[in-house]
Design a protein around this ligand. Structure first.
Ligand code: AHR
Length: 326
């Protein structure tokens, strides 16, 4: 009996020690006694202009809100993100935020964070875990809706024609939420009219170089491309180089729709090389820090926070460009 009581006392003391210590953070969901917060943030990589703007927004917002940020760049590799999250758990940060490169395969590491009582915030991209108690909230865009917006513009633009419309699609990183959802939303809208045909669809990994390379291959094997739908501006910009290289006029011979609305994309839109851009805002930093403060205090936050976004035509891009922040 005495042995059992001592074991219980020891377990209690160990638990108390775990929740009150920690060099980086408090080791629990309540923040350090002095109110300081340490966030471990695992970024996808630096694959696009959007990502660069997102990293800047997170770093600046952390500074402004007095949150100590431990930042790591996963170079588009899930194993690097898992390593980073495990290291944040070991360091007993107060909160972990990450933008998952792909949707699947997170349950084990998220359970480890939950067992360590470190709250997790998903930002920008979602995971497909069935257990939604593995994270506190998901802050980011509605990627399916972005795909729908791209599809709606296309349907309206070709409203007066009955001719077939041959579309090529440059997908984002395979298995990522934006690639899956932007494809699905677009397909849902154009699927209502059989004249729209996606004749080729391949990943360009969200990068300019890969967008160019894949578009070159598309152009070689498909002489009659009417439309390019690129899941981000960078791939669209790479594809423009390929289209020009093939002696065609981007925006005229081949209509181009992209997603993001970063400065370079908006410039190409204003110059008539892109026809339509669906905005995806990377400026998630301030909202992320507000949510982090709340979850560390143990306050309830909405399970989903959707970013507000718009769309741009060529004329709207000309007006918006001078004040574009990223
Ligand atoms: O997850 C957001 C997407 O990731 C952006 O649209 C793309 O540019 C980035 O790489």
């Amino acid at each position: 009996m005495l042995k059992r009581i001592s074991a219980l006392v020891l377990a209690g003391l160990t638990a108390a020690a775990l929740t009150s210590c920690g060099s980086g953070g408090s080791g629990g969901a309540s923040g350090a006694d002095d109110g300081s917060i340490t966030m471990g943030f695992s970024q996808v990589g630096a694959e696009s202009g959007w990502r660069t703007a997102n990293t800047k927004s997170v770093q600046e917002a952390a500074k402004e809100s007095g949150i100590t940020l431990k930042f790591s760049d996963a170079q588009q590799k899930q194993e690097n993100q898992i390593k980073a999250i495990r290291s944040y758990i070991q360091q007993k940060v107060d909160v972990i935020a990450f933008s998952p490169v792909v949707e699947s395969g997170w349950d084990t590491v998220l359970k480890e964070a939950r067992d360590a009582k470190i709250p997790v915030i998903l930002t920008d991209r979602a995971v497909d875990s069935k257990d939604t108690t593995l994270y506190k909230t998901f802050l980011g865009s509605d990627f399916v809706e972005e795909g729908r917006k791209a599809g709606k513009w296309l349907v309206e633009s070709f409203n007066n024609s009955t001719d077939p419309v041959n579309i090529v699609e440059l997908q984002g990183t395979t298995g990522s939420a934006p690639a899956n959802d932007r494809k699905a939303g677009f397909a849902e809208v154009i699927g209502a009219d059989p004249k729209f045909k996606v004749i080729a669809s391949q990943t360009g990994d969200f990068t300019r170089a890969k967008g160019k390379e894949v578009m070159e291959a598309f152009l070689k094997s498909n002489p009659d491309i009417d439309v390019l739908y690129a899941h981000n501006d960078d791939m669209g910009l790479g594809a423009i180089e390929a289209i020009e290289g093939a002696g065609k006029v981007p925006g005229k011979d081949i209509k181009i729709i992209t997603v993001d609305a970063v400065k370079d994309g908006m410039q190409a839109l204003a110059d008539g090389k892109i026809n339509y851009i669906v905005e995806c805002s990377p400026l998630l930093g301030p909202q992320l820090m507000d949510l982090a403060k709340k979850v560390v205090k143990g306050e309830t936050v909405p399970a989903r926070v959707v970013t507000e976004e718009t769309t741009f035509t060529q004329e709207q891009a000309k007006t918006a460009l001078p004040n574009r922040k990223y």
